[in-house]
Design a binder for this molecule. Structure first.
Ligand code: S3P
Length: 168
């Protein structure tokens, strides 16, 4: 097994919470790519999207993974939901470690993210429809990017964490 573990999946899939659990159990540092980008840019994700656009944010995601590869250390990495949209990023993630796809149903995402104002791609009317459409578009990309796929619906973060540890 490659030693870094990378969590991918849709917004609201629980990547950060599950990542913290894995980091604790494995004694590894946890990197949340959204948090890393916000800290290094000193801006919120929503401000980066509003001021510079999505493509600029995607460049920052690529640079983040390149930086982690360069560090040469083992991490638990929780990725922003769109990290795998670029094929370059999918290749970089596989170089970095074992990629785990946390699969979640759109209804679960909609109820978890009800009223959320931090995700630029889900703002405006009919967030539920946006979630369904985006998830349909992305499902195959997440699957292609992953070494391991985990169904998470109905499971607590701790249970997902244990399920991952049993599968890798
Ligand atoms: C995005 C997911 C977000 C964040 C940005 C874009 C996406 O991260 O990177 O709003 O395109 O799916 P989370 O998956 O942590 O919400």
């Amino acid at each position: 097994m490659k030693k870094s573990i990378i969590l991918i999946g849709f917004m609201g899939a629980g990547k950060t919470t599950v990542g913290r659990c894995l980091a604790r159990k494995l004694g590894l540092s946890m990197i949340d790519t959204d948090y890393y980008i916000e800290q290094t840019q000193k801006m919120k994700i929503s401000e980066i999207f509003a001021q510079y656009g999505e493509a600029y944010f995607r460049d920052l995601e690529t640079k983040t993974i390149q930086h982690l590869i360069k560090q040469g250390e083992n991490y638990i990495v929780s990725c922003g939901g769109g990290m795998v949209l670029r094929s370059e990023n999918r290749d970089l993630l596989k170089t970095l470690g074992t990629v785990i796809y946390l699969r979640v149903r759109p209804e679960t995402v909609a109820s978890r993210l009800k009223g959320d104002t931090t995700r630029p791609l889900l703002q405006g009317t009919d967030a539920e429809e946006k979630i369904k459409n985006l998830l349909t578009l992305r499902e195959g990309i997440y699957e292609a990017a992953a070494d391991v796929q985990v169904d998470t619906d109905g499971l607590l973060p701790e249970e997902i964490c244990v399920k991952i540890l049993n599968q890798i």
